[in-house]
Design a protein around this ligand. Sequence first.
Ligand code: FES
Ligand code: FES
Length: 154
Amino acid sequence: MRISVHVNGAEAQADCWEGESLLYALREQLGFPGSKNACEQGECGSCSVLLDGVLVCSCLVLAAQADGHDVTTVEGLAEGEELHPVQAAFVRAGAVQCGFCTPGLVVAAADLLRWNPQPSTDEIREALSGNLCRCTGYEKIFEAVRLAAEDDRG
Ligand code: FES
Ligand code: FES
């Protein structure tokens, strides 16, 4: 089947089989490899994207379900050369090690700050609880989200 998805502000089309995941279509067909495929079971959050503004694991969404809808991936967060505040804060805080979890965490953190610009540490923990990182121990990640929130306030 042919699907047409609005990805990061532009229309994109792909030929998918009925069981194909949105993650696979984004990475392998539509040219957006930023979302990572770590578990393909909805456990790790590395594939997080916004579907019509709602945070989802793209490995759990069929590509067909995204037909005619809006998808924002990590590639869609920066504005030209200017990093999204969460991306910049991850760099400043040193919250990236292997980087495999980073795209999903950045999308989830950006989503959190959209709805809650000044989250407490508990709220950050809760919002990112679906995103697993095997490298950092999370403290730098939480610090990055706090930095991004402060930047927003400044
Ligand atoms: S790859 Fe989707 S949740 Fe892990
Ligand atoms: S930085 Fe390696 S999994 Fe998070």
